[in-house]
Unconditional design. Structure first.
Length: 173
């Protein structure tokens, strides 16, 4: 019986990651209990109930493109599944709450999931994330460079612009 429950828990988490990868939010939600709690302590996020968790997933999936998902290890007990994975993403939008990297960045995310399980469903998903930018976002900056306020557009990647000498407020000719 114990091994059957462990296998059922592992299968539910495998289906969870498969549904996430396919951007199938409704299928993902079917794997949760009605009183699901989804939490990311690092980003200080907590969502309670399927509706709130589904809204979070829709915002996340609208905000990044997954390039690669690698499971490093996964193991289970009768009431827990632990998954240690690495995700490579490009942040493509800002719908996600508290995005940890600038839009346009490519990042490698180390993810540690602790799933609390009840009767083969996920009752709590605790997610620890460590985001590492592997390619900075390319940003377009708009600023004025002359006393006449002529706008200039610049595209930069990883360049820091600093304030130099201001133009005199009353230039002499």
């Amino acid at each position: 019986m114990e091994n059957d429950l462990i296998a059922k828990n592992l299968a539910a988490v495998e289906a969870h990651f498969h549904s996430e990868a396919a951007n199938e939010v409704d299928e993902t939600l079917e794997l949760y209990t009605d009183d699901i709690v989804w939490e990311s302590p690092v980003r200080e996020l907590v969502f309670r109930g399927k509706e709130a968790v589904g809204g979070n997933y829709r915002k996340m999936f609208a905000s990044f493109h997954v390039e690669e998902f690698r499971c490093l290890q996964r193991f289970a007990t009768e009431d827990r599944v632990v998954d240690d994975s690495v995700l490579t993403v490009v942040l493509t939008g800002n719908a996600m709450p508290d995005p940890p990297v600038p839009v346009g960045s490519r990042a490698e995310v180390r993810l540690l999931h602790i799933f609390e399980m009840r009767e083969g469903k996920i009752s709590r998903e605790l997610v620890f994330e460590d985001w590492n930018v592997t390619q900075p976002a390319v940003q377009e900056l708009k600023f004025n460079v002359s006393r006449f306020g002529a706008p200039v557009n610049a595209v930069c990647s990883g360049i820091t612009l600093s304030y130099a000498t201001p133009f005199p407020s009353n230039p002499q000719r």
